[in-house]
Design a protein around this ligand. Structure first.
Ligand code: G3P
Ligand code: MG
Length: 356
């Protein structure tokens, strides 16, 4: 992907406002682009009655691929060049934790070896997956058989000089992307949560010494190809917490979530947007836009996070809810947007009209 590096100020750029977009249920659904999204991008890129170009970024809770790969997909779907400089997915902020955990971390979710590769690219030094654990002890998950390819791709921990799995201490658990094997992954996350300080194959007597567990987001449901919403990572998070309490005689497990609606994720987005406005449009990096329009489909993540950011940030964050995803027309959203519109195209037009 290439994008023009603009020396100096872009003459047609709107300097006082910007857009940020959720992806699933707003721009894409079940891998297919929502048609109005293509038109919305054209409007932002200057095809509007004012001839103005409006800076924008993407902020999805989804993940499971390198940011660069996801941008290639999005570029094809939206018929524009999307740069990693304007893209954040659920696990992107986990990158900042690679400095904190220098030993072994357990990475859950996604297809094949992809999330291990993404975690390693973030700087995590010793990434272990459920496949590695099952390869070393097939009794770990009784109903999960690794395919030949999974077996071949998984690390051979015992051949790496360890005498047994109990030589491995997990410092933190990261659920990068949706689990492809909820039962096996649930078992392994709980085993680690119930261990003596993260040491595999051990059991704590107090159940309060497991390592931290991070989920890349907290969406209980999301908008995919099916007419009704589908279960997401937030549902697995709830199950982990409830079952932990069940199997430990009532102990409480505190897990952590990144992604929207966490204000920290919106602050991360603010830094990215400011860099993007400077690099791409020649705007002053230290000066944020007066208003960021956030377009989303999930009241609990998108509207809640945008409104919380609006309350906290010095500039305005304006929530726009669309009807093409999780939110169903005619229902009362749990968090109230500033504006509700049918599709992302009306959202873009509304923001531009409000500004010009
Ligand atoms: O798994 C992805 C989903 O929960 C939400 O993605 O783009 O709507 O934030 P998005
Ligand atoms: Mg969404």
């Amino acid at each position: 992907i290439t994008h023009p590096v603009t020396p100096g100020l872009d003459p047609d750029v709107a300097d006082n406002f910007a857009f940020a977009f959720d992806i699933d249920g707003v721009l894409v659904r079940g891998g297919e682009v929502i048609p109005e999204a293509v038109e919305a991008m054209k409007v932002l890129n200057g095809e509007n009655e004012y001839g103005v170009r409006v800076p924008y970024i993407f902020l999805t809770n989804g993940g499971g691929k390198f940011e660069t790969e996801r941008c290639i997909d999005l570029s094809r779907q939206l018929e524009i060049d999307v740069s990693p400089g304007q893209f954040i997915c659920g696990h992107t902020p986990m990158r900042e934790l690679a400095d904190r955990y220098h030993g072994s971390v357990l990475v859950i979710g996604g297809e094949g070896e992809k999330c291990r590769q993404v975690a390693e690219s973030y700087g995590f030094r010793d990434v272990i997956t459920p496949g590695d654990i099952i390869k070393a002890n097939s009794a770990t998950a009784p109903f999960r058989k690794l395919t030949e390819q999974e077996y071949a791709n998984s690390r051979d921990l015992l051949a790496e000089g360890l005498k047994s799995l109990s030589d491995v201490v997990i410092e933190a658990v990261f659920v990068f992307a949706d689990s492809r094997d909820w039962a096996g992954d649930l078992q392994i996350i709980l085993d680690v949560a119930m261990s003596k300080g993260g040491r595999l194959e051990t059991r704590s007597e107090t159940f309060d010494e497991g390592p931290p567990i991070y989920f890349s987001h907290n969406d209980v449901v999301w908008s995919a190809a099916h007419e009704h919403v589908r279960l997401g990572m937030g549902a697995l998070r709830r199950i982990v917490e409830v079952v932990f309490s069940e199997v430990t005689g009532g102990k409480k497990l505190e897990t952590h979530a990144f992604g929207k609606p966490q204000v920290g994720t919106f602050e991360f987005a603010t830094r990215l947007l400011q860099q993007w406005r400077a690099e791409q449009h020649g705007l002053e990096e230290s000066a944020p836009p007066d208003t960021v329009y956030f377009v989303g489909d999930t009241p609990e993540s998108d509207v809640r996070g945008t409104n919380a950011m609006d309350a906290k940030a010095k500039n305005n964050w304006y929530s726009i809810l669309v009807k093409t995803g999780v939110y169903q027309d005619g229902t009362e959203p749990a968090y109230k947007p500033r504006k509700t519109v049918p599709t992302v195209l009306e959202a873009v037009r509304h923001g531009i009209e409000r500004e010009m």
